[in-house]
Ligand binder design. Structure first.
Ligand code: ADP
Ligand code: ZN
Ligand code: ZN
Length: 813
């Protein structure tokens, strides 16, 4: 009779519509409904069917049904509710975040011509008007499409045209991510036997360069063994010290064949990698994980860097698949983890589906639809948005690098933490979660120590490689003794040189991008600032620009001080770009690459850098925290942290935890294969207790030290935080509203309301900010949130405050 639906809008609550005679509506399907005044239409999700006559006005009817089967399953609807409640947002906002854009239609949806425009659509005579308009390059909203089609409800037609490829959503055009193709080399069929190969060895005797390539190929491909491997052309070129041209000559001669496919994706014809043989320590850890699952829904696997956590996950995944179940494998940032995906694909071939928000819309939609089909993908590897996929047989969730802050969504709402929501998701499916990390978060360690989670430790590296040896260099002392060359101490220079001499690779970590963070007037101390934000600008030498890292604006570098007019400006501090330049001067023969937001913006730029590094075409990789994450390269012997102080000096209660994690993680990139790695940490405050803990790989020490601090000051894991950021162009108004909100909260929360404060960066994009924090006791946070919600509604319904923007962040990281 009636359908309660969720609209893809930030309005609170759900809405009721009448189901006209003859429409087959099922929970989880999309229906077209009008909403608000005017003729706005939305594709809404049916949340519930019922017969309760609404008390107030008569509900409007559903116009059409867009699906023949549910596209959202009941567990998902439940998850959406939980997210909306926990993160204090609307379920409509969760719906927008959850559904791939293509599945979420509204009057405002903007349409453009698809690849199949010329197609005639039988039965849709008027479609030609719409298609013509699109073909002319016009962008048409769904509402305008309705006018062109002469339909009050154009959604079913638009949906059909979309499925036929005749039209696309405008935002689809903006998607830039495509799988990267690579060239591979194999023996031509008639040469792929020992006898034929011997013939070629003889024949190439007069062409030593080509012969050398062939020999390297045999070695790399192991083509004479039972487990031949695929060989990427670039890798062969590099390993043989040859050129692409020489390899191509051999293709022409008929020895080799070249083929192209998605990089890292196994050739379906090639044999799957055999399951790992676990070391004794790994086997013990695996048994403990399974025992943990018998009594706990969540188990923490704390395994030191390079202990082989991925191999444990793989084993558990194999077992889940054997039981006919699906596995969700979450990674903090897909772009940085092509290596792990390649490893999983080598094991599970096309059972592995990848899902993340940078994928093209139609691919995300296709994967979503496959998930609701009879043959859903079995292993889904994804970034945080993968928790939103429909799962029918979920049997295990793995959250790798669970401590990573990029699991938290910042903008827009829902500001959810994918690790925490993965645990909720698993609960809805009555299945288990494995959290893995070498440096678990305080919250997770606390849950593991207090018995809420199972806890397993794997404290030896695979192959019994020793943990890296970490040495501190005192920057003040080095400066006094004139032992600095730019930002490098002579100790560090020597270590890097030694590594290069041994043809080993080096990673240099500097947590700031750009060339120098600030220019400053030597006479009056003036620092150039962004017009729109209250932050100093960073100089980017390559573009010769000053840039705002908050709003992205750029400015020409000043020639004179903006305050006193002096022309004597100096540069302070240093960023990755500057370090790259210094490295070039210190190590003139080294090949250097930089990995930060600036160098990884373009299509596949990141992949190219990682591939080059993996293939040994780069000796030194310098970068921001991107270089700390999960990289597994054989030949990295040395890691440098240039300035540990600026990691530890953040005005945030998590600064020490984060600094520890970052340093321990980047250190863990070194010496992963045979000999222990070398890590050099440069710092002014070399005696800082956090450095002491990093040097000793002392996770427990970090935990103890931090826990006391958190307990004493009432921070997570002891209390939950809700942070409110208020924004408005007028500073007076935002300050006033923040005050009112704080006053309205104090009667209940008293001293647990912190602020309002002026944040360190007090203006962004020309809006002034104020910040309030409320601490909630763990036991009452549900009721507290209800109170918060009511208070916000009350305060912001006042016209004096309603124009002030409020951003609510629950469990901020
Ligand atoms: P972690 O995720 O703990 O940092 P990885 O799973 O990346 O560690 O393992 C580190 C390296 O050791 C990888 O290259 C991996 O292939 C190798 N390795 C770990 N365990 C095994 C095993 N049981 N058999 C073969 N190789 C292993
Ligand atoms: Zn000046
Ligand atoms: Zn700015």
């Amino acid at each position: 009779m009636y359908a309660e639906v969720i609209l893809p809008l930030a309005v609170p609550g759900t809405f009721t519509y009448a189901i006209p005679e003859g429409l087959a509506v099922v929970t989880g399907m999309r229906v077209a409904v009008p909403f608000g005044r005017g003729r706005k239409l939305y594709g809404a999700i049916v949340r519930r069917l019922h017969n309760d006559d609404p008390l107030e006005r008569k509900p409007r009817p559903i116009l059409s049904v867009l699906d023949t089967a549910p596209i959202v399953l009941s567990e998902q609807l439940e998850l959406w509710d939980r997210i909306a409640t926990h993160y204090m947002c609307t379920v409509g906002e969760v719906m927008i975040a959850a559904l791939p854009g293509q599945l979420s239609l509204s009057s405002e949806t903007r349409l453009v011509a698809g690849p199949q425009v010329e197609q005639h659509i039988p039965g849709e005579e008027r479609a030609v008007f719409l298609l013509n308009a699109l073909e002319d390059g016009q962008v048409v909203t769904l509402e305008q499409a309705g006018e062109l089609l002469g339909l009050k409800d154009p959604m079913p037609v638009v949906k059909r045209l979309m499925e036929q490829g005749a039209l696309l959503l405008e935002e689809q055009l903006k998607q830039d991510w495509k799988p990267r193709m690579a060239s591979y080399i194999r023996l031509a069929p008639e040469t792929a036997n020992e006898e034929a190969l011997h013939g070629w060895f003889d024949r190439l005797e007069k062409a030593p360069k080509q012969l050398h390539v062939l020999m390297r190929y045999v070695e790399l491909s192991q083509c004479l063994t039972d487990h031949p491997k695929e060989v990427e052309r670039a890798k062969l070129v590099h390993a043989s010290g040859s050129t692409t041209a020489v390899v191509e000559q051999l293709v022409k001669k008929g020895l080799f064949e070249r083929y192209e496919r998605e990089e890292g994706r196994p050739d379906p014809a090639s044999a799957l990698a055999p399951p790992p043989t676990l070391s004794a320590a790994q086997q013990r850890a695996l048994d403990e994980v399974k025992a943990g699952f018998a009594t706990h829904d969540v188990v923490l696997l704390r395994g030191v860097t390079s202990s082989g956590k991925t191999e444990l996950y793989t084993t558990l995944i194999m077992e889940a698949l054997a039981r006919g179940e699906q596995v969700l494998y979450l990674l903090p940032e897909i772009a940085l983890t092509t290596q792990i995906i390649a490893r999983l694909r080598a094991r599970f071939a096309d059972d592995v589906a990848v899902f993340h928000s940078r994928m093209a819309q139609h691919e995300r939609t296709a994967l979503w639809m496959r998930c609701t089909s009879d043959a859903p993908p079995r292993v889904i590897v994804g970034a945080r948005s993968a928790v939103f996929l429909p799962f029918t047989k979920l049997g295990l969730v793995v959250v790798d690098e669970e401590h990573d802050p990029s699991y938290k969504q910042h903008e827009p709402a829902p500001r959810y933490h994918a690790r925490d929501m993965a645990i909720v998701l698993a609960g809805l499916h009555r299945t288990k979660v494995l959290l893995g990390s070498a440096t678990p978060s305080m919250e997770t360690l606390y849950n593991a120590r207090t018995g809420k989670y199972g806890s397993v430790e794997l404290l030896v590296r695979y192959g019994d490689v020793r943990m890296p040896v970490i040495t501190r260099v005192d920057l003040r002392d080095s400066a006094r003794r004139k032992l600095m060359r730019g930002h490098f101490s002579t100790t560090l220079v020597e270590h890097i040189q030694q590594a290069l001499d041994k043809r080993e690779q080096v990673i240099v970590f500097q947590n700031r991008r750009g060339y120098v963070p600030v220019w400053q007037c030597e006479s009056c101390g003036w620092i150039p600032q962004c017009d729109q934000c209250d932050v100093s600008l960073t100089y980017h030498k390559f573009q010769h620009q000053l840039r705002c890292h908050y709003c992205g604006r750029h400015y020409p570098p000043p020639t004179h001080c903006g305050q006193c007019g002096s022309s004597r400006l100096r540069m302070l501090g240093f960023g990755t770009e500057k370090i790259e330049e210094e490295l070039g001067e210190l190590f003139t023969n080294a090949r250097i690459a930089r990995m930060d937001q600036d160098t990884t913006r373009g299509k596949n730029a990141l992949d190219r850098i990682l591939t080059a590094f993996g293939q040994g075409a780069v000796d030194i990789l310098v970068g921001t925290q991107m270089v700390t994450k999960g990289l597994d390269f054989d030949h990295v012997s040395t890691v440098a942290i240039l300035n540990a102080d600026n990691l530890m000096r953040f005005p945030d209660f998590r600064a020490h935890e984060r600094a520890f994690q970052l340093m321990a993680q980047v250190a863990g990139r070194s010496g992963r294969r045979k000999t222990a790695g070398t890590v050099i940490i440069q710092a002014q405050e070399v005696q800082h207790p956090i450095l002491e803990l990093v040097v000793h790989h002392d996770v427990d020490g970090m935990y103890q030290r931090e826990l006391e601090h958190r307990r004493a000051h009432g921070y997570p894991p002891f209390m939950r935080l809700v942070q409110f950021t208020l924004k408005h162009r007028s500073e007076e108004r935002v300050a006033h509203t923040a005050h009112e909100l704080a006053n309205a909260l104090r009667p209940r929360f008293g001293d647990l309301v912190l602020g309002p404060e002026i944040p360190v960066v007090s203006r962004i994009r020309d809006k002034h900010l104020r910040r309030l924090m409320v601490k909630l006791a763990r036991s009452t946070h549900h009721a507290d949130k209800e109170f918060l919600r009511d208070t916000i509604d009350r305060v912001f319904s006042d016209p004096a405050h309603s124009a002030v923007q409020l951003v609510t962040d629950v469990d901020p990281v």
